[in-house]
Write a protein that binds this ligand. Structure first.
Ligand code: NDP
Ligand code: GDR
Length: 325
């Protein structure tokens, strides 16, 4: 039985990745940072019905001693570093924390792995945000980076350190440059989930308006369930490498709103307002990925269309709100 350790196990991707690895017969361990709200800790794992099957290990990416202890305790064959301060907008208000967790956290983990579990395979959750002010119309592994937020700068450090540990120490360390991926388990502050939750509240008469930021930004949105499959495939290769995962379709926030409201029989133009509070000091206007390498080398293609995902997310938020009424 293979053993996997996931940092960020309580997040969106951690939950779907746990589900995938459990279905493949892995023993799954998840790093859990201590919280005062212990009752909501495993909410996403519970939502997928797998909370009891993931063994949670105490630790924090900012504390290398806890990472060394977790690696010794769990003896993983595969390590997935998904833990991060992952909300781009918050990274301007908490740039140092973002650096400590998202950049130095990856350094702590890579170093702990090198010291106590060098034979394990390592996955780093890199991001399309690293392309930022895009240098090519469609972004691939060869596109130069131009990060536009403290978050993206931190991710770029972690990305290059992963490449460097592979090249310096021969570690099986891969970096997945993933474009935005969403699901009903997406954090409520991210745009897609904010919209689908807003649609549900308006549909059920709990609200009338939804205040949004830049509606003209475009993103290449896929489903998290498909993307965790790509992460796993990267670690099954004989040789570690870096891969883009994307759908190859880019859609504006405005169009996402239109689709989500329409799924509930609503007209977004009647409800969506713009509010400068949701604008960012520097915006990433367009992201549009090319996942050709992943398709050719990993046999990976995204299975879920944007329309199917929007419908799943709106329906899940309607069900959540109805259950509370
Ligand atoms: P989430 O924000 O849902 O989850 C982040 C996870 O990191 C949570 O489990 C959180 O724990 C954990 N975490 C935060 N700080 C620490 C810390 N100091 N020590 C240990 N764990 C910590 O992110 P996603 O699941 O959406 O994304 C997973 C990873 O992939 C992230 O690294 C993200 O930056 C990256 N990424 C995501 C993309 C996307 O579109 N979703 C695209 C590209 C990259 P807690 O529950 O305690 O807060
Ligand atoms: P992003 O995701 O910054 O791409 O990072 P987010 O959903 O927060 O924003 C996407 C785009 O939507 C615009 N936008 C709004 N965003 C939010 N959150 N709230 C709003 O009201 C709103 N209105 C418009 C934003 O300006 C932006 O252009 C996500 C995270 O998961 C990262 O961790 C990950 O690395 C990248 O995706 C790939």
């Amino acid at each position: 039985m293979k053993r996997a350790l996931i940092t960020g196990v309580t997040g969106q991707d951690g939950a779907y990745l746990s589900q995938l690895l459990l279905a493949k017969g892995y023993a799954v361990f998840g790093l859990l940072r201590r919280s005062a709200s212990a009752d909501v800790i495993a909410e996403r794992l519970r939502w997928l019905g797998i909370a009891g099957q993931v063994t949670l290990v105490d630790g924090n990416l900012t504390d290398i001693s806890s990472l060394i202890r977790a690696l010794n305790e769990t003896a993983p064959d595969e390590i997935y570093n998904l833990g991060a301060q992952s909300f781009v907008k918050a990274s301007w208000n908490q740039p140092l924390l973002t650096g400590q967790v998202t950049a130095m956290g990856a350094a702590n983990l890579l170093e702990a792995v090198r010291l106590v579990r060098p034979q394990a395979r390592f996955y780093q959750a890199s991001s399309s945000e690293m392309y930022g002010l895009i240098q090519e119309k469609v972004q691939s592994e060869k596109t130069p980076f131009y990060p536009r937020s403290p978050y993206a700068v931190a991710k770029l450090y972690a990305h290059w350190l992963t490449v460097n540990y592979r090249e310096s120490f021969g570690m099986h360390a891969s970096s997945g440059i993933l474009f935005n991926h969403e699901s009903p388990l997406r954090g409520i502050e991210f745009v897609t989930r904010k919209v689908t939750d807003g649609v549900a509240r308006i549909k059920l008469g709990l609200a009338t308006e939804l205040a949004m930021g830049n509606l003209d930004a475009t993103r290449d949105w896929g489903h998290a369930r498909d993307y965790v499959e790509g992460m796993w495939r990267m670690l099954q290769q004989d040789v570690a490498d870096d891969y883009v995962l994307a759908t190859g379709r880019t859609t504006s926030v405005r169009e996402f709103c239109r689709l989500a409201f329409a799924h509930a029989g609503l007209d977004y133009e009647r409800h969506v307002k713009t509010d400068v509070a949701f604008l960012r000091p520097a915006e990433v206007d367009v992201l549009h990925g090319a996942a050709r390498k992943a398709r050719e080398k990993l046999g990976w293609t995204p299975a879920t269309s944007l329309e199917t995902m929007v419908a799943e997310m709106v329906d899940a938020d309607l069900a959540r709100h109805r259950a509370r009424m």
